[in-house]
Design a protein around this ligand. Structure first.
Ligand SMILES: [Zn+2]
Ligand SMILES: [Zn+2]
Length: 298
């Protein structure tokens, strides 16, 4: 039933409900997505998948990442309520489906789609293998090291600092507002996915985070791809440094266990990382496995 019709039909009986029941109803009707504005023109959208950021400028709308097709439709509807300007640019932080599957909702709507050149390569590889090319909207523009453009008073710069979560992750800096979208180069207190099939490298990832914290400053507000339950998808440089320490701890643990002569199978029986209790979510096993394989192929 359409939500509005349902509300009208239930309006007469709604007042008869207890307060607790009314609260239950209002929660039930709450949108499944959340929008948080940082400034008048920059905000984030969260529903399912990697966090989305957007800019509403006088020149048009810029969106960073697109979650899945239903989610990006919800986003487009919400942004249309806030601005009548054209969708100028959709940026992908990297190729993973929880960031690019929703690109398709922007087909015929957005002027350009932009990502790092390796992100386009990875997106094509995955789509060809999955026979899902008809469900993709690929970037029509790519960059290598840096890319900057002004949108009204805001200037957006994309930075490529090297391999990390994949080999095609960009950080997107809204310079005027000093907000950076890290994409999946940052998992806040959540065990990360390390996509070695797409060129991920944990040692390089630590350096990438180091470059980010020296390129941006201590006042920079960061937007993260993902966070563990109960943790924010936004934060500061300290959160990035904590994540670099976590990655370092994973690598050091794998190295020390390797030196004792353990096999990979024996090593992967570990269910915790010594000295690190803050990181949560499914799978310490995945980063441990990635670290082991990275060290074994050195
Ligand atoms: Zn993601
Ligand atoms: Zn990802």
């Amino acid at each position: 039933m359409h939500r509005r019709t349902f509300l009208q039909n239930t309006a007469l009986t709604f007042s008869a409900l207890t307060l607790a029941q009314q609260n239950l109803f209002s929660n039930w009707f709450e949108d499944p997505w959340k929008i948080k504005m940082f400034t008048d023109s920059i905000g984030i959208f969260s529903e399912r998948g990697g966090t989305i950021a957007f800019l509403l400028s006088k020149k048009g709308i810029v969106v960073v990442d697109a979650q899945f097709p239903d989610q990006s439709k919800h986003l487009i509807t919400e942004l249309r309520k806030k601005s009548e300007k054209p969708f100028k640019l959709l940026i992908n932080t990297h190729h993973h489906g929880d960031h690019t599957a929703g690109n398709i909702s922007f087909k015929g709507i957005v002027e350009h789609v932009l990502a790092h050149e390796n992100s386009l390569k990875n997106q094509k590889n995955v789509a060809v293998a999955a026979k899902s090319e008809d469900k993709q909207l690929y970037p029509d523009q790519t960059f290598g090291i840096d890319w900057c453009q002004k949108f009204g008073k805001e200037k957006i710069c994309l930075h490529y600092f090297g391999a990390g979560h994949t080999d095609g992750d960009a950080m997107i800096h809204f310079q005027h507002a000093n907000i950076v979208h890290t994409g999946d180069l940052m998992f806040n207190r959540r065990h990360p996915f390390v996509d070695r099939s797409a060129g991920a490298n944990m040692k390089s990832w630590i350096e990438v985070i180091g470059k980010a914290t020296t390129t941006f400053d201590n006042n920079t507000q960061y937007v993260f791809g993902h966070a563990a339950d109960g943790y924010d998808v936004t934060g500061k440089a300290d959160d990035l440094k904590k994540f670099a320490e976590y990655l370092d701890a994973v690598l050091k643990f794998a190295e020390s266990e390797m030196k004792t002569g353990k096999t990979k199978e024996e090593f992967l029986k570990n269910t915790a990382l010594p000295g690190v209790s803050e990181w949560k979510g499914d799978g310490i096993n995945r980063p441990l496995q990635a670290a082991w394989e990275e060290l074994a192929t050195k």
